[in-house]
Design a protein around this ligand. Sequence first.
Ligand SMILES: CC(C)(COP(=O)(O)OP(=O)(O)OC[C@H]1O[C@@H](n2cnc3c(N)ncnc32)[C@H](O)[C@@H]1OP(=O)(O)O)[C@@H](O)C(=O)NCCC(=O)NCCS
Length: 379
Amino acid sequence: MIVTGFNTNVINRRHGARRNPALPLSRVRSPHASLEWCVGNLTIRPFEPADIPAAALLLAERQKRDRKRLRMLSKALEDPSWWEGLFRRAHESPDGRQMDRAVAIRDGKLAGFLIGERMMLGPREFPSSFVPPQSISIDTSGHGVAKGEDATEVCRALYAFLSDHWVHDGFFVHRIDLTAGDRELQDAWVTLGFGSSTTAAVRGTGTVNYVRKPGVEVRRAGAGDIDVVMRLVDTLNRHHAQAPMFWPMLRATDDAVREFNLASVRDPQNPFFVAYDHGRAVALESFLRPGFTPLIVEEEKTVYLYDGVVDPGVRGSGIGSLLLDRAMAWARERGIERCALHFASGNPSGAPFWLGHGFVPVQYTMERRIDERIAWADH
Ligand SMILES: CC(C)(COP(=O)(O)OP(=O)(O)OC[C@H]1O[C@@H](n2cnc3c(N)ncnc32)[C@H](O)[C@@H]1OP(=O)(O)O)[C@@H](O)C(=O)NCCC(=O)NCCS
């Protein structure tokens, strides 16, 4: 049995059979999606279209609570009909995406829900440069807990129900997006073994203080500068491969990443700023519109900072701040009010730099890696 704590009270009601906790994982048929589990007085069952209005209401209320702390979050998402539209579109045209969905019901009411997507990207595809292979992704629209419910109890029951399928099917990496500052939800997922992998943060487009290094100038890159851009992207990847991040540098995605950067730099919407120190390219800050701004943040009037890197030899001499200031001026001229980005939560260089320059965390991607030995070890 892979989920401890559920051995005695998880009952397959619809089929009238108690799950046998003694069977080793490899011989347990994962419960079919149509089954129901009872955990205490919570019933866990698959998410149905009839659950959409209650789930949408729950997310709208959560956004309202979160927006009291984080004013840069989108007001439009305080309206349940915004979420209903999102759910209905996903139900009606799943686009080949493989989702697993569950709800927790207590006393006939929705206590919470969980929706995870099975990520099965090809190793050469662009998103494989940041999404782990064969992983589960639970985005911000994929989970919610009703007010007054014990978040840890509800999330644990829902996660047990779905992760039983995921682990059985060989999905050992699970990731979930949590809005920053929601202590209850954060505690619930930390209790389940999740830790922060990336942080999304937002700042206004106000000026940035810096001391100008003599001989440094900033130019906007074009398609002809793609080799310079890719050399600096490579420097950033090398940084992320080091302790304590240990993000693997994947050569398999090189072509796709280059294609993505080339297409982006060609689009006038996306400024790529390169700093030259006495004529030598030493730093890059590239921006995308819309980029990868988290769903919960108002996308309009937001620019996304995609890659930010300075050559190791000239770090700490003001070049990163100069580029940021230059980019914020560009954004202000266009009426753009916010800048969003992601950084590796454990990045000893990037994290303090962005936080020190006014970026406020809005979302954490929390990750759990299951011990693969569960697939073959004795029970
Ligand atoms: C993060 C990074 C882009 C910042 O660029 P940078 O040029 O090193 O940053 P700056 O020099 O502008 O600022 C760094 C610090 O030096 C200080 N500084 C700036 N000019 C200075 C000067 N002339 N003399 C002394 N200190 C100076 C800044 O105040 C800042 O300190 P603070 O953060 O305490 O305020 C760069 O260090 C880097 O490439 N790191 C590795 C890759 C990385 O982590 N990228 C981010 C990925 S999300």
